[in-house]
Design a binder for this molecule. Structure first.
Ligand code: FAD
Length: 542
């Protein structure tokens, strides 16, 4: 049994919308927390185009909706990042004489009525927004479409988040894909069939006429103050986060430039400011990180990946811009997207982001706490608070898992490999329900994205798409030796083990661990592996 995908209902509501409402006094662009940028933003671009055509001002709107953040387990870091980005956007828009009106609304189910009332306040009859693919968000937008229609207004929702929108790629049997590789081949072929359509840049917004400042209703929107914090989402390590993850489009673009075009750094891990430590410009002697991605991406002891996920998750940079960047690196007119090249390998990772959102849009149950493979709903989980707490704190006695969890707790981010190792350890070794891990990641991550996080957790717990339950039980000690051969990653995040110079760092003996005040492993990996195999083979049996 599955839910009817609400994306289809939004498409129906869009098809039935009023196409030419009467001209209003302004056009509204409703910015949401996944499209926090001015450049290459389709809804903003379309709203601006219309405002220009009708010769009326463009007004940007952002509604802080704490109930949505609670519903999606959004953590303080993600919310703080949102507020920091909003400040940058407000300044940039004000330079174009476009107000960004930021307001707060609860409860979440009356948001459509509230948006409608704000439209009426500014005299707008048309509103534009980029689509958010989560179930509740889609239902909210469907309701706004209907309310708008009753008022003879128009609400226009635009696909922007992904390179290829959901509901466009189907198997030969005309079904949504559930396996990544054939989906990705089709994705790449479609993308390369029309680059302008899929990764073409949306024009930036045109400036409003300065006369907007003499319109008393609209000019007051410029005075709006973005709150420093939101009750219940106070960020305890905001200063550290601002240093590691600076807000704003310039920072995001710089991050992309460093990854694509500057020569790789030898070592860059831990809590530090990636921009302050920017490497020298590439002089041709060494390749950039993207050009070394195929060989280095699984290494966690240096800065091997782009670290763009916080910016992509909040939409501070568009995925289109990232893929366009790869064309520039190669001087190519086709996107490379296969694993045999370094750049292609990176594009494949960007494609995973599309894939998991496609899965969520086609099978909405996955975002509602249910397994993709429903037979695994019956798997018996352990309830062990002590183990769960040890995992969260990074005190499991398995160094790579502890380093990973402490990286998450201090940076709000983790490299992909330790994410998989730590997730799989919780689910397969400790046999703790993946949903608890999914929620903890969401609460801590600055790049928390419902679809990618859910996809990552369901992949790690073999309950998702494309599973191989009997082979996919990672041995954390072997993973550690491969991903962090010299132990530098572990040393960065687990100070108790800093003095261990040998390979023992991957699996310290009980005596060594005791001497260093580091815990002994809380579980025997081999026994735990047998238990997981048994329980996944026969869901419902112990
Ligand atoms: P790069 O290697 O440089 O990749 C570029 C971009 O591609 C990333 O920024 C990201 O947007 C996308 N991407 C890469 N790998 C994946 C993937 N496996 N799935 C989806 N998108 C991907 N990613 C999130 O953005 N938000 C999450 O909440 C999230 N939760 C995860 C939970 C688990 C258990 C696992 C195993 C993975 C999760 N990921 C999540 C995916 C991945 O770990 C991160 O996107 C990646 O580590 C971010 O680092 P980067 O920007 O340097 O990635």
């Amino acid at each position: 049994i599955d839910l009817h995908p609400p994306l289809k209902d939004l498409e129906t509501a869009q098809a039935a919308r009023l196409t030419s409402p009467t001209k209003g006094n302004a056009v509204v662009y409703w910015m949401r927390m996944e499209d926090m940028r001015i450049h290459d933003n389709r809804a903003l671009s379309k709203a601006s185009e219309l405002a220009k055509k009708e010769n009326i001002p463009l007004v940007a709107l952002f509604v802080i909706s704490p109930h949505d953040y609670i519903a999606h387990d959004r953590g303080p870091r993600r919310i703080d990042f949102m507020l920091r980005n909003l400040r940058c956007i407000q300044t940039d828009l004000a330079n174009l004489h476009i107000p960004l009106h930021v307001t707060t609304h609860t409860p979440r189910h009356t948001l459509p009525e509230y948006i409608l009332s704000l439209m009426k306040d500014v005299g707008a009859t048309q509103i534009f927004a980029n689509i958010e693919y989560e179930v509740d968000e889609l239902r909210r937008d469907i309701k706004l479409c209907e309310l708008a229609k009753n008022e003879k207004f128009s609400a226009i929702f635009v696909h922007d988040k992904l390179i290829i929108q959901p509901d466009t790629l189907f198997t030969k049997a005309n079904k949504p894909y559930t396996v990544y590789s054939p989906w990705q081949r089709n994705w790449l072929a479609m993308l390369n069939s029309d680059l302008a359509k899929y990764i073409g840049e949306a024009p930036g917004p045109s400036a409003n006429d300065k006369s907007i400042h003499s319109n008393s209703k609209l000019s007051s929107l410029f005075d709006c103050k973005i709150p420093e914090k939101i009750d219940g989402f106070e960020c305890q390590d905001g200063e550290v986060m601002a240093k590691i993850w600076p807000a704003g489009e310039d920072a995001a673009r710089e991050m992309l430039r460093l990854f694509l075009f500057t020569k790789a750094q030898s070592s860059h891990i831990g809590v530090s400011d990636p921009l302050a430590n920017a490497p020298e410009e590439q002089k041709g002697s060494k390749a950039s990180r993207v050009l070394q991605y195929k060989d280095n991406r699984d290494k966690v002891d240096s800065n091997t990946t782009s670290r763009l996920s916080p910016y992509l998750a909040s939409g501070v940079i568009s995925a289109r811009e990232c893929v366009r960047g790869t064309l520039k690196v190669l001087g190519a007119d086709k996107v490379q997207g296969t694993r045999d090249t370094a750049v292609g390998h990176w594009v494949q990772e960007v494609a995973w982001r599309d894939f998991y959102t496609h899965v969520m849009a086609s099978f909405p149950r996955v975002s509602m706490g249910r397994t993709f493979l429903e037979k695994f709903d019956a798997v018996i989980w352990e309830t062990n608070e002590e183990h769960f707490e040890a995992w969260k704190q990074g005190r499991t006695g398995v160094p790579i898992v502890d380093a990973a969890m402490r990286q998450l707790n201090t940076m709000g981010w983790m490299h992909n490999r330790p994410r998989m190792v730590a997730a799989m350890f919780l689910v397969k070794d400790l046999m703790i329900d993946w949903r608890l891990g999914e929620r903890y990641f969401m609460e801590q991550l600055i790049d928390g994205d419902l679809a990618s996080n859910n996809g990552g957790w369901q992949w790690s717990s073999s309950t998702g798409t494309d599973p191989q339950p009997y082979f996919r039980i990672m041995n954390p000690f072997n993973q550690s030796e491969k991903a962090d051969p010299d132990g530098d990653y572990i040393r960065s995040f687990v100070p108790e083990l800093r003095s261990v110079k040998s390979k023992d760092i991957h699996r310290p003996s009980t005596a060594l661990a005791m001497k260093l005040n580091y815990p002994a492993p809380i579980i025997d990996h081999h026994k735990a592996r047998d238990r997981a195999m048994r329980r996944f083979k026969n869901p419902g049996e112990n």
